[in-house]
Ligand binder design. Sequence first.
Ligand code: COA
Ligand code: ZN
Length: 302
Amino acid sequence: MRPRSVQVTEVGMRDGFQMESRILPTERKEAIGLALIAAGVRHIEVSSFVSPAAVPQLADAAALVGRLKGKGAELSALVPNVNGARRGVAAGIDRLTVFASASETHNQKNVRRSVAESLAGMGEIGRIAADAGVPIDGSVATAFGCPFEGEVSADAVLRVVEGYAAMGADRIGLGDTTGMATPRVVEGVVTAIRARFPGLSIGLHFHNTRGIGLVNVMTGLDLGVTRYDASIGGLGGCPFAVGATGNISTEDLVYLLDELGVETGIDLPRLIGVAHDVQAAFARELPGQVMKAGPRLARAPE
Ligand code: COA
Ligand code: ZN
């Protein structure tokens, strides 16, 4: 049954900013974060505690968390290893998101180790988080297909989810890194995970690479999934995967959910305003569509 309300996590400041050649100053990122919060966004993936050599756009993760902490949104950040978990906890992050790919090739390109090696490091990250009282979200990249390997089996996804369950993650997220999800694939993976881990909260992270990101959201809603990632203006993409493009745009998602009567707590016109600010910050046309057309009943000047 379709949920009456869902949680939208804004990931543009991580998934989006990591893909832009222009590196925004921390104050500009802070202003965007505060504007998102003012629009009603309550969950923000603000950055990644990864190697600044690998992703220089996110090198200011700790400073940004310091500026946005306690301002009205739960802040999460990606961590690839123990070093990242220590940095995240020291910065005061509210939630850590660990990540590994379901496919070997993408994991190697992304974090330069095998899936087994990534999973082996999870125990220590789990202890660091538990000692600090910080909850963990486990994100599975290439969960619906891999640009290098093609089809990804439900067993490959389950193996990573098992690792997350073992480390004490209370939530998992399924990442559609290069937009290979379709309604059929989404239903298969979500059903397989629920059969094995009935109590685990599942979130969906779609990229709009093939134009059916919101169609996949409809499938998620029909399956009763209550958490979705999206990116302001449709920013986003993985620098370590070929052909990666933007996430589903947050305004387009909120527009759809509003029309379906599914509550998000987010104010669409204000969110559209933030999308225009972000577009100005990067000085390029963003892929979001509702930011261009406005809400359904927006009147054109006669
Ligand atoms: N935070 C900051 N610095 C880190 C770090 C972290 N979490 N992890 C490693 N480093 C630093 C090390 O200190 C070392 O620095 P040095 O060269 O000055 O000594 C350097 O990075 C290399 O460390 P190493 O452990 O050998 O890692 P690596 O070179 O094999 O890189 C990752 C592995 C995971 C750290 C790196 O590939 C990475 O950060 N990738 C980012 C992946 C990502 O964000 N993908 C997009 C999201 S899906
Ligand atoms: Zn993504």
